[in-house]
Design a protein around this ligand. Structure first.
Ligand code: PLP
Length: 389
């Protein structure tokens, strides 16, 4: 299959897909292009499809164990993609990164403890903290000169009160891939103030011009961090509910495992295990091609908006297949902005406010689709602007 075919959009309507089949509920209309929830319209790599078909052809789908091949696949992936050498014992399989965030909050904090997050942010971070009656300390990211950065002074002040820091790296929705220097400063402060870091690195595989530095790969963090990851975003297998935590420190690991066990939910999913192994063993070439495709999509959207002089600025997309766009020059309030996108342009994007107040005036555009879908999306956007003026 050539590259053009590999990255064509597949209409998923009618396959019980959140992105398509839940669009009406979310946007109040079902005639819009769904460019929201964070999975892609692109087929998973052939190696994953083959592994699924092979497993499906065996007619029994009973309780399953994690084979050593599963752990090898994760170890090798961490080594070859991020230069991080991990031990097999550090890996704790789970059925989702969000569940792991919740287990970690339970494991390492108690009611009333303060937890740092950085908004605008993928909503389950803040809601998980609130649901567990912990205190949210928002080290709001600063948007300046068209890019986001961390307010370290504020972070340091908040770290004095905090027990835990939930780091999103790369960051969703701003698509920042944190530099080594930024991570080092965060680490210094957290070590000094005795704040544990739980890092959600689910988007680590899709970083464009930079390297992803796992928080766990910093020697100093060996006994002070938990890393959460999954092949789900990268290989478009989120429906298989397969993720893992990497916890180098034995005591922290046991605390985490206890919480996961207490939930009573077992998570050995035979398809998820096969998908992870095949993706991590054979998915490299596909992933590199995917990143080229996504970069072309990002360039296309950016160029289109600029060429047509539309009052929307693109925040530089350093990672993820999610573009964070600054619509504040449109001069609309939240309701007017979402109405414009959903009912005039007929585009189903995530609204910025759903990532916290700091997201007001922004929208999140999922470009994990075929170029042809984005061409259509940009045409619809342009027409909506023309009709509005
Ligand atoms: C930063 C981040 N973490 C976690 C998730 C969801 O992970 P899971 O489906 O494994 O719970 C997402 C999905 O969009 C995400 O963007």
């Amino acid at each position: 299959m050539n590259k053009a075919d590999m990255f064509q959009s597949i209409n998923r309507k009618g396959t019980y897909t959140t992105k398509y089949d839940d669009a009406k509920k979310k946007f109040g209309a079902d005639d819009l292009l769904p460019l929201w929830v964070a999975d892609m319209d692109l087929a998973s790599p052939k190696c994953v499809q083959d592994a699924m078909q092979k497993r499906a052809s065996h007619p029994l789908y009973g309780y399953t164990v994690y084979p050593s091949r599963y752990y090898d696949a994760i170890q090798n992936w961490m080594q070859k993609r991020f230069g991080w050498s991990i031990e097999k014992e550090w890996i704790v399989p789970c059925y989702g990164v969000v569940p792991s965030l919740n287990f970690a909050i339970h494991a390492y904090t108690k009611e009333g403890d303060a937890i740092i997050v950085q908004t605008p942010l993928y909503p389950p971070f803040v809601s998980s903290v609130k649901h567990k009656k912990r205190k949210v300390l928002d080290n709001t990211l600063v948007y300046e000169n068209g890019t986001y950065h961390i307010d370290f002074e504020d972070f340091e002040a908040k770290a004095k009160e905090a027990t835990l820091f939930l780091l999103c790296s790369p960051h969703n929705p701003t698509s920042r891939a944190w530099n080594k220097e930024e991570l080092e400063r965060l680490i210094e402060i957290c070590l000094q103030e005795n704040v544990l870091i739980v890092a959600d690195e689910i988007h680590a595989d899709v970083v464009y011009e930079k390297l992803h530095h796992s928080i766990g790969s910093f020697e100093k963090m060996m006994h002070k961090c938990v890393v959460l990851n999954a092949p789900s975003k990268t290989f478009n297998i989120a429906g298989l509910n397969t993720s893992y935590a990497i916890i180098p420190d034995t005591r922290l690991r046991h605390k985490y495992i206890l919480e996961q066990d207490k939930s009573g939910i077992t998570n050995e999913n035979p398809f998820g295990i096969e998908a992870l192994m095949s993706a991590y063993e054979e998915g490299d070439v596909w992933l590199d091609a995917l990143k080229v495709h996504l970069q072309e999509n990002i360039r296309y959207v950016k160029t289109f908006l600029e060429t047509h002089g539309l009052p929307i600025k693109v925040v530089p997309t350093e990672a993820t297949f999610l573009m964070w766009i600054d619509c504040r020059d449109m001069g609309l309030n939240h309701e007017e902005l979402t109405h414009f996108f959903y009912h005039k342009a007929k585009l189903g994007l995530n609204d910025g406010m759903s990532f916290g107040d700091a997201g007001e005036g922004f929208m999140r555009l999922n470009i994990g689709t075929g170029k042809e879908v984005l061409v259509l999306a940009m045409q619809q956007l342009l027409h909506a602007f023309k009709a509005n003026t």
